[in-house]
Design a protein around this ligand. Sequence first.
Ligand code: KIV
Length: 272
Amino acid sequence: MSVHYKEIKRITTHVLQEMKERGEKISMLTAYDFSMAKILDAAKVDVLLVGDSASNVMAGHMTTLPITLDQMIYHASSVIRGIYRALVVVDLPFGSYQGNSKEALISAIRIMKESGAHAIKLEGGEEILESIKRIVSSGIPVMGHLGLTPQSIYKFGTFEVRAKEEAEAQKLIRDAHILQEAGCFAIVLEKIPAVLATKVATEIKIPVIGIGAGGGVDGQVLVTHDLLGISKDFSPRFIRRYLNLYDEILNAVGKYIDDVKNLDFPNEKEQY
Ligand code: KIV
């Protein structure tokens, strides 16, 4: 019997809060296109992040800085067409919110209106407080992002673990509280010591989702292409590869090329 989509319980920000309260871990993965979103949603991942990592993974840039608001909206609307269940969160790209809170609100509204996404994410703490408050007060759910924030890579200078020093760790804890008070429904913590991430997740009430932040948080996020082993160029220790799709695809395409060259494809049954 097929399951009608109306029978599927959709994940909302409230469902994520309930998950934290009952100690159920939240699963989150990136998606940038319709086909992958459809598979990930069928697998019942809780949150799909249309990350600005699309700039690296889909477009081949070295950083997340070049991707534009229009490109994020294109990716997000493709993902939205593939899902029934997951909560879809979209990154505000670099340059679309740092100017002032009005610009941030206009960018967030464009994402919600033009893609049909359910929430937005932006990077930073106290520095972007006014923008977060303005977006939240317009009714748009906001996810925060602290720790290694890739849009600031030229300020950091490296992709090393953040907040190892006491002063930065204290600022991160303060920022997490500020984001919670400003009305964020969840926070991503990227590449920080596990002990610090656990402390934040214990202190604040909203869900904390980690990437390279250990197991003491309320959920985990990975870039789907890393989990599937589509790319081999990027191997920090926080990635667990569940497949080696790079080699699988290489083999499959190699066989196809051989079959075409050897006149083995198409065969009698594969033609009209
Ligand atoms: O853009 C992205 O993929 C992200 C995750 C790494 C959290 O922000």
